[in-house]
Structure formats: structure tokens, C-alpha cells
Ligand binder design. Structure first.
Ligand code: SP5
Ligand code: ZN
Length: 351
């Protein structure tokens, strides 16, 4: 069985205690630090070794995927929120209208509410005191995972949390602040992989990852997710979205109707695997969300736990150096088991 080193830092627990506005109700954020604890416990139970601590690569690499304005904003957002006399979760409540002013017209002295509304696209992604610390180390975890794969590991797992695939070049949302999978793909490219594939199996469309590589043909973004007619993030993920310019054809969206089970999912995954082979990628990043599990509290697919093992095995059949980056999954106590089954499937069939 192939080794599967994994990366995590306790700093990633610092984003905690926030609240989200979800379909009209203020509720504790589904994306909580306990998710990482359950994954850690499940990996230990399954005989995985202790996690490797991420190496600090600094923030310069973040600029390969994100605008400076977003990074600067995220770093000071909570302090600015407090300086304006507020406590609790920093959430926007107004957004830029289509014909409104642009982000570039904002200054660091603009109202914190204007800046929240300019960089955030939903009302479900609270910023709290530890958000930057956690997002920073989540990104370092992804970069370190990419280093492992770039230096000869066949498989690695980055236990990223907060997740990343909804964070675009100049926006955050969907519980995501920095796009961990995109940063990992860039790191693999810097290490010499000219073509990289990102396969996103989270229940939700990774609008942020799509945005970052929209014009870029060297990174394939392929995603299976809930139909945007019914599910978050609602404004992207249609099959007609295929990239532009040099990126034309390097974005593949396979939306599925609510209720999709393994039979349906498996066919979509086969199509994704064929696209990866056709792209000629030499490394693979998997955006792993286990919110496709039937019992997930915010999602609507019908995958069973055993299906995650099969899914891992199918991805392993590509035979590519593979970094798995954690994204969503909110049935907190079950998340760990499903992640462990996926990783074991990858290991078992990856020889
Ligand atoms: C990384 C990731 O999985 N982000 C997901 C963000 C979803 N946020 C909004 C979810 C709204 C779903 N509301 C469904 C309520 C069903 N009771
Ligand atoms: Zn998700």
C-alpha cells in the first residue's frame, strides 16, 4: 500500500465561533473546527501516522491566485470591524449592485461594511478574530502538501480548514477565504508540472477555483456538483461554462440533480477521468468534499460511506501524483469516517 502523509496545523482551529445567515436564520457556522478534530481522530483510528506540520511559505505565493486587495482586506478585516465598534461575526449586509462602484474605488478608509460587501459574495462566511490565522495556515497546509507530492510522494492529504474552493481571485464566501486547492496547483506548476488537473468532488460548485483558472489552459478544473438551479452558489456551475481564451475547454462542469446516488455520480466521475487523461495533466489535486454523503445537513446527494472508497479508487486509477485537499462536509461526526474511506480507497488502488 502506498504511503499517505498528511498535513495539518492546530492554528487552523482559530477560525471558530462564527455565525452564518442561512436561508433566513442566523445559525452557528456549519464549518466548525470540530470537523478537523473528527477527521484527525478517524485517520488515527485507521492507522495513519501523525500529521506533518505545514512549512511557512509566507503570503507572497497567495498573490499567484488572489488580488492584493483581497489579501490586504482579509488580514485587517476583523480589527477594522472591532475598530468600528462591533463584536461577534463580521458579515456583510449590502453588496455591490451590478451597476455600482467597483472594488478599486474603495480605500482602506472606506466603511468596513462597504469593504465586506465588496469582497464577500454571501452572508454565510463570518470573519472572526482567528479567521486570518486559520485561513493562512490552511493555505500553508495545502502548499506543504503540494511540496510533498512535488518531491516524490505519490499521495498526500492536506487537511485544509477553513476550506477554499469558493474563494476566487478577488472574492471570498462559502466558508472559504483563500483557495487552498488553487494554491496547491500553482505550487505544483512551480515545481515543474506543466499541466495540473483539479478534480472537485465537493457537493457545491467550486466557483472560486473556476474563476482563478478560467483563462488558463494548463490547469484543468473539472467539477461534479449540485445543479445551480437549486443549490449554492447558484450563479455558476452550469455545463455551458467551459473557460475562455486559452482556457477554453479546460473547465468542465457536470451538474447533477438533487438526489443523485452513486450510480449517477459514478458515470459523471468516469467522464471527469476521461477529461483528465485528455488534458495530459502530470499531477492531480482533488478538492475533496464529503458533503455528497446522504446525511449531510446542508446538501442533497445520496452517496453512502462505502462509495467514498470506490471514488478514491477510481481517482487512483489515473496513476498520477495526487494531493487531496479538504473542502466541505458538515455531518460533523461522520466527516472523518468518509474522508478516511476515501483516502484508503486511493491508497488501495493506487499501485
Ligand atoms: C466548502 C463548502 O462546502 N461550502 C458550502 C457553503 C454553503 N453555504 C450555504 C449553504 C446553504 C444551504 N442551506 C441549506 C439548508 C438546508 N436545511
Ligand atoms: Zn460543499
Amino acid at each position: 500500500m502506498i504511503a499517505l502523509p498528511w498535513v495539518f496545523s492546530p492554528h487552523q482551529r482559530a477560525h471558530a465561533g462564527g455565525e452564518e445567515l442561512n436561508r433566513g436564520f442566523i445559525v452557528p457556522c456549519h464549518e466548525c473546527p470540530e470537523r478537523a478534530d473528527f477527521i484527525t481522530a478517524a485517520l488515527r483510528d485507521q492507522g495513519f501516522k501523525d500529521p506533518i506540520a505545514p512549512t511557512d511559505h509566507g503570503e507572497e505565493l497567495f498573490r499567484r491566485c488572489h488580488d492584493d486587495g483581497l489579501i490586504t482586506f482579509l488580514k485587517s478585516a476583523y480589527a477594522d470591524w472591532q475598530a468600528s465598534g462591533r463584536q461577534g461575526s463580521a458579515l456583510p449586509f449590502t453588496f455591490v449592485a451590478p451597476s455600482g462602484m467597483t472594488r478599486s474605488e474603495l480605500t482602506p478608509n472606506s466603511s468596513i461594511f462597504a469593504r465586506l460587501g465588496a469582497y464577500c459574495f454571501d452572508v454565510g462566511t463570518p470573519i472572526v478574530a482567528g479567521t486570518w490565522e486559520a485561513a493562512y495556515w490552511s493555505a500553508q497546509t495545502a502548499l506543504t502538501g503540494a511540496d510533498l507530492v512535488a518531491t516524490g510522494e505519490r499521495l498526500a492529504f492536506a487537511l485544509c480548514r477553513p476550506p477554499g474552493h469558493h474563494a476566487g481571485r478577488a472574492y471570498y464566501g462559502g466558508y472559504c477565504f483563500l483557495n487552498n486547492a488553487a494554491l496547491a496547483a500553482e505550487q505544483l506548476r512551480l515545481a515543474g508540472h506543466q499541466k495540473v488537473a483539479i478534480v472537485d468532488v465537493d457537493y457545491h460548485h467550486g466557483n472560486g477555483t473556476q474563476d482563478i483558472f478560467w483563462h488558463d489552459g494548463s490547469v484543468l478544473y473539472a467539477s461534479i456538483h449540485a445543479e445551480p438551479m437549486t443549490d449554492f452558489p447558484f450563479f455558476s456551475g452550469h455545463a455551458s461554462e467551459q473557460g475562455e481564451g486559452e482556457g477554453t475547454g479546460a473547465t468542465l462542469n457536470i451538474p447533477l440533480a438533487r438526489g443523485a446516488d452513486w450510480l449517477i455520480y459514478q458515470q459523471a466521475l468516469k467522464n471527469v477521468l476521461a477529461a483528465v487523461q485528455q488534458h495530459g495533466s502530470t499531477a492531480l489535486v482533488v478538492s475533496l468534499g464529503v458533503d455528497t454523503w446522504y446525511g449531510d445537513p446542508i446538501s442533497g446527494f445520496a452517496l453512502q460511506s462505502a462509495d467514498f472508497g470506490t471514488m478514491g479508487g477510481m481517482l487512483a486509477s489515473l496513476g498520477l501524483p495526487t494531493l487531496v485537499v479538504m473542502e466541505g462536509g458538515y455531518a460533523v461526526a461522520e466527516v472523518g469516517k468518509n474522508v478516511a474511506l476515501f483516502l484508503k480507497g486511493l491508497q488501495r488502488f493506487g499501485d
